[in-house]
Write a protein that binds this ligand. Structure first.
Ligand code: NAP
Length: 493
């Protein structure tokens, strides 16, 4: 970064082999905040080869699990030490508020602490096969070389959900952050090296996914690809990996319903519907972008949402007064603006936002105002497609069955919320909705100890929790006969 080499391959920090650099832009004001090495496909292939050679050499996989656990905890300590610096980088790079970046880094710390605790106690299983001379054990071993690809909305957080379990399991890896937001990951990898990650275990390349993708994924040296990003990229990676029968876990987008019944607590519902969709300017995979609301309270509820949405302070994430920052780039804002045009042309009623802020102080950044479309219906693309911006659509329902039908009426299945004070209805709803996470009278929370992932086209893997570790492990059954004797199937005559 800014002259220092940014690619870590086989334990050596190097510049891109062709000298290529990428300028990293602060979306709050368009200024260039850093220039980083842009890996070539050859660099990416070398990184995978280094991870392969390190894994095959065997020392890391054979490292006692207690040592690997201790390493994860040391990383957590160093992250706490460097929290302000890394949070600062995250805000410069993504535009999110510093408050959010600090929360993200706290969450990264908790992921390393969680897996540091879990790997230390993960037990093998002994199976009783009904023969006292046979010891049957089911053991877990590292899956091998992992390629870890993360998106730009939660750069280090999403990457930590991969690196922590991969290290804990004893894998070697190549990490590739988004080309738009590599800064926090570069800082993290330097920190992990300081904590004692052995040479060649954690390799880092950054650059365009479209350019580096095939070197990283169309590669028979790779045993597992963990990808978080959009559906289109997830499809490409899954197809390419299938050629090599490489295991793939894809964590993809969402079009997440937030269902509000008339008996729901008013104050927390208004507040959380607002936060659920407008936090980080809607650039959240689990953002509650579809408000599905009971007809009898809909008009009043939407009016209050509009009032409060117009009070949200949009601004530079470094400014303590800002409640939400810009979109990540000019290109991304153009995509969001195109969705607003689409919503209008589809007949949805724009009730607030839909434009850039008028404040001249924000003119150089890629800001966009919180936007609400009323009178939406399931046939609209704006209701079905992930806009990944600060856009809320409103649909109304009358019966519980209708609420369930609407809540499941999406090709995605990442997350959803239900708000009601009727416990029986709450329980019926959380079971009927087909999404990987359901919040009942809450929205957006998660913990490192519970699995995260999607149903349907939101993905096919799970991160966090015990499953987030087993994704990085192979299961081996060891059958040990302590008193071997002939099977006598073939008589030998
Ligand atoms: P994206 O365009 O799919 O990119 C994700 C990552 O894949 C980036 O590092 C990207 O690199 C890389 N990439 C692009 N093309 C590739 C290829 N052909 N082969 C290998 N890698 C490739 O997604 P995004 O726009 O960064 O992220 C937003 C999406 O992520 C949204 O759909 C959001 O819902 C989803 N998301 C899901 C979760 C979850 O937990 N399910 C969490 C966060 C975000 P470049 O950036 O360099 O192109």
């Amino acid at each position: 970064m800014n002259g220092d080499p940014d690619l870590l391959i086989g334990g050596e920090w190097i510049h891109a082999s062709d000298g290529g650099l990428r300028q990293i832009v602060n979306p709050a004001d368009g200024s260039v905040v850093a220039s980083v090495d842009e890996a070539t496909t050859e660099d990416a292939r070398r990184a995978v080869a280094a991870a392969r050679a390190t894994f095959d050499e065997g020392a890391w996989a054979a490292t006692p699990v207690a040592e690997r656990a201790a390493l994860l905890l040391r990383i957590a300590d160093l992250l706490e030490r460097d929290k302000e610096q890394i949070a600062h980088l995250e805000t410069l790079d993504t535009g999110k508020t510093l408050v959010e970046s600090r929360i993200d880094i706290d969450d990264v710390v908790s992921v390393f602490r969680y897996y540091g605790g879990l790997v230390a106690v993960q037990a093998d299983r002994v199976v009783d096969v009904g023969d006292p001379t046979v010891i049957s054990r089911v053991v877990r071993e590292p899956i091998g070389v992992c390629v870890l690809i993360a998106p730009w909305n939660y750069p280090l957080l999403q990457m930590s959900w991969k690196i922590a379990p991969a290290l804990g399991a004893g894998c070697t890896m190549v990490a590739k952050p988004s080309e738009v937001t590599p800064l926090s990951t570069i800082a993290f990898v330097r920190l992990a090296e300081e904590a004692g990650v052995p040479s060649g275990v954690l390799n880092l390349v950054q650059g365009s996914g479209a350019v580096l993708g095939s070197a990283l994924t169309d590669n028979s040296d790779v045993d597992f690809i963990s990808f978080t990003g959009g559906l289109a990229t997830g499809r490409i990676i899954s197809e390419v990996a299938a050629e090599h029968v490489t295991k793939v876990a894809v964590e993809l987008g969402g079009k997440n319903p937030h269902i509000v019944f008339a008996d729901a607590d008013w104050e927390s519902s208004v507040d959380q519907v607002l936060t659920g969709v407008f936090l980080h300017s809607g650039q959240v995979c689990s953002a509650g972008t579809r408000l599905i609301i009971e007809e009898s309270i809909a008009d009043d509820f939407v009016a209050e949402l509009v009032r409060r949405a117009e009070l949200i302070r949009v601004g530079n994430g470094m400014d303590a007064a800002s409640e939400t920052g810009p979109l990540v780039s000019e290109q991304h804002r153009a995509k969001v603006e195109a969705y607003v045009e689409l919503g209008i042309s589809e007949g949805a009623k724009l009730v607030t936002g839909g434009v850039r802020p008028s404040d001249p102080a924000l003119a150089a950044g890629s800001f966009f105002l919180p936007t609400i479309f009323d009178n939406c219906d399931r046939s609209m693309r704006i209701v079905q497609e992930e806009t990944f911006g600060p856009i809320l659509t409103v649909e109304r329902f009358v019966t519980e069955a209708e609420a369930i039908r609407l809540g499941n009426d999406t090709e995605y299945g990442l997350a959803g919320g239900v708000r009601t004070t009727d416990p029986a209805r709450g329980e019926r709803m959380v079971r009927a909705l087909r999404h990987g996470t359901i919040w009942l009278n809450d929205f957006g929370y998660y913990t490192a100890a519970a699995e995260w992932g999607g149903f349907k086209k939101s993905g096919n893997g799970r991160e966090l929790g015990p499953t987030g570790l087993t994704e990085y492990q192979e299961i081996k059954h060891i059958w040990h006969n302590t008193a071997p004797k002939p099977a006598e199937w073939f008589k030998g005559v």
